[in-house]
Design a protein around this ligand. Sequence first.
Ligand SMILES: Nc1nc2c(c(=O)[nH]1)N[C@H]1C(S)=C(S)[C@@H](COP(=O)(O)O)O[C@H]1N2
Ligand SMILES: [Mo]
Length: 411
Amino acid sequence: MKKQQSRQERRKFLRKAGISGFAALLGADIVFALPRGYIPIALEAKDPQSLFGKHPDMVTLNDQPWNVEAQAHLLDDKVTPDDKMFIRNNGLVPESIDVENWSLTIRGEAVNQEKTYSLKELKEKFPKHTYQLVLECGGNGRAEYFPPADGNQWTIGAVSCAEWTGIRLRDLLNEVGVKANAIYVGYHAADTHLSRDPNKEPISRGIPIEKAMEDETILAFQMNGKDIPLVHGHPLRLIASGFPASVSGKWINGLSIRDKIHDGEKMAPPSYSIPCETVEPGTSVPNEKMCVIEKMPVKSLITYPKIGAMIKEGQKLPIRGHAWTAEERISKTEYSIDFGASWKPCRTAAPKNRFAWQHFDAEIDFPKKGYYEIWVKATDNTGAAQPMLTPGWNPKGYINNSCHRIAIKVT
Ligand SMILES: Nc1nc2c(c(=O)[nH]1)N[C@H]1C(S)=C(S)[C@@H](COP(=O)(O)O)O[C@H]1N2
Ligand SMILES: [Mo]
């Protein structure tokens, strides 16, 4: 009881401290005086609920670094609130964020001249845009692959669709001026490598210049109408939806405009890459035969009811969820209660904007009592649809977009 109370207190404290994060909790001078091996009391909390204000049902897969996923029923909101948003860190969350002096430096061999903007300048100089944007980890669904792949065993919860506000990367790049040979934009961020070596970046990925120039590719400073939560990239984050979320760098302080594919940490195969030609499960594939993942595949998630629901015979069951694609839009969603033998249409809502997930719903009549699985399948405007079984095995277990299914009972 006492422990619970103090946890609650701590949570309140953290919430109050909010975006200023650890530094505010600890006091800047304590951070600098911190001897190696000593753990500040406030960081003792070993759960993402107390540390980051996450929902009690969020599942921790790893705490060094933090990797925390949602469950399907937690993602029922139309726009994902921060307490239900998955966390995927490759390194350590920055301990101190100095918003006042935060800056973004644009450099690289394909930029006209190196230029630095303060966060304030970025906010004032360029028009602001707000979009609902899906972020899905490339490894979402990895747990289903056999033979299994190393890494976090994400099930279905490494996806979110929050509302992000920021400036278009295109507007910034146009002002800075990029050379005709610019083909890639890499990001640099303020998180710390797990080894704590200041010369190593935990992750520094990027996007092709065409992706950087899209309307919806933004440098965001707000999420769901407020400052971005610390763990999700405060005070500045790149969002390039439709690609694996690893390209959406958090805590951004630098961009490299490259005349070749960016070569930052976790950019080259085997990271976020799949065999260029499909292989049989269990094959070891040399890096030269791996291709970096760009567009994520079409996918959907049933967010209501929660798996294991029971209803009475004769009762209709409403179902709902979301579907998303890296293409223009979802064109249809369907459900099956006979393991894919037959499909019936769901209603599919229009997207708020490109790369926002689209909500679907249906009312299901069951023919008789018993155990059922409900499967949902989405199809996008290119005609691409979800497979019913785990698709294309790949050594690192990426881009599993098989149909989500839930079990229910009619009694
Ligand atoms: N700086 C930085 N940006 C990052 C990461 C990281 O570890 N450091 N992880 C990436 C990965 S792999 C994913 S899936 C998303 C996760 O975003 P979220 O934690 O806000 O949900 O952030 C991406 N951006
Ligand atoms: Mo990821």
